[in-house]
Design a protein around this ligand. Structure first.
Ligand code: G3P
Ligand code: CA
Length: 394
C-alpha cells in the first residue's frame, strides 16, 4: 500500500483526532525538536504579527477560524453554519471546495456527498452511486463531479456525525449545498451590512485528482476571487491546501495570502505521491522545508499535534519548535482543529466518561495559545472567542 493510499481523503474526516496521538512524536526525529519553550518565548501579539508580514492585517490574534462554519452547532458547510459562525463573532469562516460536473465550485469537505447530504434518499440519483479511487483510496458513494450544480441543488445538507451531535440533526434538510459563488455573495452582503469585511479561509480539496478529470480547481477559484475582489495581497481571504503544488498554482494566479496545510509527519501530500516527490510532512516542518514553504506561502496550517505532540497516553506533551521556526520565516500558524467534545480533546482535558460531553476545552486552548500560534480552526467559535479573549487579557 502506498503512502498515498494510506493518507486517503477519508483520513481527515471529522473524527480521527484520537488516531493521531502517536504520530507527532516523529516530528522531533524528523528535524523539528521538541522544546518546553521557544528561546525568547513565543512570538505573540500585534508586534509579532507585523513582524510576520501582516498576513492577518488587523485580525485579532489568536484568530478564531470557524471550521466548516459553526459546525459544532449546525450541519457543516451550509449557509446556516456560516451565518451562525459570523453572528457568534468568528473572525474567519472556512470553506472546503470541490467541483460539480459542470465546473462550479461547491462547499463540501469531500466530493463524496453520501454522509453530508440526503442524496441516498433520491431514487432519481440511485444509479450514480459508484466506487472511485480518490487520492489512492477506493470510496463508494455519490460524488459531486457526477452532478451538475442544478442537480446538487435538489439535495439537502445533513449532520455528518449525528451520533456525536444529535442536536444538530434538528437542522437536517434545512439548507442546500452552497456554491462558493453563493458564499462570496453572502459575504459581500454581510460585509456591507456590518461595515467590515467578512474573512474567508478557502481550501482546495483533492486538486490533483480533479485536475486529472479536467476540473482544475485553482483557475476556477481565481476567477471567482477576481470577480469578488479577493485576489489581492490585502484581501480578507486566506487560501489553503494540503497539496503544496495547489498552493503554488494559486500563487501564480492571485496575490491572496496562502497557507500550506500539514497533516501527520508520515503523510506524503498526494501531489507529491503523484509526482514521485518523496518528501513527507516531516520534511516540510524542518527549517529547510519551512524555507521552501515561505517562498510561496504566508502561513502553515499544521495539525495541532505538530504544535504540541501527545504522548502514548493521549495527554499533551511538550511543544515542538514549529511555532518558533515558522515565525522565524515570517509564516503565520493556523493549526486545526479544536472541538469541545471529550472525544476530540487530549486525554488530560477530558471530563467524565461521556465522549460527546464537553471537556475542559478552555484548558486545551490555554495550552495551545501559550505556544504563540496565530489562529486556530474550531467547530465551536463561540467557545474559542472566549478563550482567545482570556488569552489576550492575561
Ligand atoms: O483546513 C484546515 C482544516 O480544515 C483541515 O482539515 O480535513 O477538516 O479540511 P479538514
Ligand atoms: Ca478544511
Amino acid at each position: 500500500m502506498t503512502q498515498g493510499a494510506r493518507m486517503s481523503p477519508a483520513r481527515r474526516t471529522v473524527l480521527g483526532a484520537a488516531a493521531l496521538t502517536t504520530a507527532a512524536a516523529a516530528v522531533s526525529a524528523a528535524g523539528t525538536a521538541t522544546a518546553a519553550a521557544a528561546p525568547g518565548g513565543p512570538a505573540t501579539g500585534k508586534g509579532a504579527e507585523a513582524a510576520r508580514g501582516g498576513a492577518h492585517r488587523g485580525l485579532p490574534v489568536p484568530t478564531v477560524i470557524a471550521h466548516r462554519g459553526a459546525s459544532g452547532y449546525r450541519p457543516e458547510h451550509t449557509l446556516g453554519s456560516y451565518q451562525l459562525a459570523l453572528d457568534m463573532g468568528a473572525h474567519v469562516i472556512e470553506q472546503d471546495l470541490v467541483p460539480t460536473r459542470d465546473g462550479h465550485l461547491v462547499c463540501r469537505h469531500e466530493n463524496d456527498i453520501t454522509g453530508t447530504t440526503d442524496v441516498a434518499d433520491h431514487p432519481e440519483f440511485a444509479s450514480r452511486r459508484t466506487t472511485k479511487t480518490v487520492d489512492g483510496t477506493a470510496i463508494t458513494g455519490w460524488f459531486t463531479e457526477d452532478f451538475t450544480l442544478a442537480e446538487l441543488k435538489t439535495l439537502r445538507a445533513k449532520e455528518r456525525i449525528p451520533g456525536t451531535r444529535r442536536n444538530n440533526t434538528l437542522y437536517d434538510g434545512r439548507w442546500t449545498v452552497p456554491s462558493f459563488e453563493e458564499v462570496l455573495r453572502w459575504a459581500e452582503q454581510e460585509g456591507r451590512r456590518r461595515g467590515r469585511p467578512v474573512w474567508l479561509h478557502v481550501e482546495t480539496k483533492h486538486p490533483t485528482y480533479f485536475r486529472k478529470l479536467g476540473l482544475g480547481l485553482e483557475e476556477r477559484l481565481a476567477k471567482l476571487l477576481r470577480r469578488y475582489g479577493r485576489h489581492r495581497a490585502d484581501s480578507p481571504t486566506f487560501l489553503q491546501s494540503f497539496e503544496p503544488t495547489s498552493v503554488q498554482r494559486m500563487a501564480r494566479l492571485v496575490d491572496t495570502p496562502r497557507v500550506v496545510l500539514l497533516w501527520t509527519p508520515d503523510d506524503r501530500p498526494y501531489d507529491f505521491v503523484d509526482a514521485g516527490d518523496p518528501r513527507t510532512v516531516a520534511d516540510l516542518v524542518t527549517p529547510r522545508g519551512l524555507d521552501w514553504i515561505a517562498s510561496y506561502a504566508q502561513g502553515i496550517g499544521p495539525l495541532l499535534d505538530l504544535v504540541i505532540p501527545k504522548g502514548s497516553d493521549g495527554r499533551l506533551g511538550e511543544p515542538t519548535t514549529l511555532v518558533r521556526d515558522a515565525h522565524a520565516r515570517g509564516l503565520v500558524l493556523h493549526p486545526y482543529t479544536l472541538r469541545n467534545e471529550n472525544s476530540f480533546l487530549p486525554a488530560d482535558f477530558r471530563r467524565g466518561t461521556d465522549p460527546n460531553a464537553y471537556g475542559d476545552v478552555f484548558g486545551a486552548y490555554r495550552a495551545y495559545f501559550a505556544t504563540g500560534i496565530d489562529g486556530i480552526f474550531t467547530d465551536h467559535p463561540d467557545t474559542a472567542l472566549l478563550a482567545a479573549a482570556d488569552h489576550r487579557a492575561r
